[in-house]
Design a protein around this ligand. Sequence first.
Ligand SMILES: Nc1ncnc2c1ncn2[C@@H]1O[C@H](COP(=O)(O)OP(=O)(O)O)[C@@H](O)[C@H]1O
Ligand SMILES: [Mg+2]
Length: 267
Amino acid sequence: MSNKPELLSVESVRVQFPDGTVGLSSASFSAQQGEIIAIIGRSGAGKSTLLRCLNGFQEITSGEIYVSGESVHSMGNTELRRLRRQIGFIWQEYNIIDRLPALTNVLTARLAHNNPWQSAVGFFGSEHRKIALHNMQRLNLMHRATLRADRMSGGEKQRLSIARALTQEPDIILADEPVASLDPELAWQVLSDLSRVTREDGLLTILTLHQVHLAVEFADRILGIAEGRIVFDGPPSALDDEAQTKIYGGRLPQLHTSEENYLKAMA
Ligand SMILES: Nc1ncnc2c1ncn2[C@@H]1O[C@H](COP(=O)(O)OP(=O)(O)O)[C@@H](O)[C@H]1O
Ligand SMILES: [Mg+2]
């Protein structure tokens, strides 16, 4: 066994909001490079709260989170900036800058790697452009490079935000409901792309999803959350009726294992 720390370790994390609501309670799990983990659960279960703790967006009330062996809880501003460079984030609503061309949006991921004076004048050297263009190519967006982001379709915008996250050259990608704004066919396509590129790069990918079918299809591992607690942690094949009852409090329709069945079911 190597002495290298786990990429991510979450230990007994509790989040209580100022109004007293408990968002998470004793959440523990650890994760390795290369895993694709889907967090599932009902609305309000604590999925987004868990994800936001991982890059320090959400303060924790107790417990510990370690990324590459370093405690997120005790990081100062400089360390948090470094952490957020190591973690790419993908939002449901894309969070891209509408009036800027696609390529410029992707290049913003290089800001943290740039000299401050270069960023101040909007200058990105050729090595940054090379990385950005390479990732746009991987997401089949080269023909869109000069297009203003607001002219792009929803599926293209989400592929753009995946290209941007990769251009940060992160170790971890977090995605909060990345396909919730897309219709089922596009959702499938975007998750195929996301899982393909993060597997190619050996990144740890953690995403929240509210369709269990998508989690089963694209994740290696599923974390089920109910009322702020992790009530299931296992491979998709272990997500039986009992597990689903624990997570959702009731039986769900049969799982669909192929895209065709999934699309039929959603039609
Ligand atoms: N800033 C906040 N203040 C108070 N309660 C919050 C806040 N953010 C989330 N919550 C509550 O915490 C619980 C978990 O929320 P969330 O993580 O957003 O759920 P999910 O992403 O699974 O839908 C919910 O009950 C939600 O209302
Ligand atoms: Mg959420």
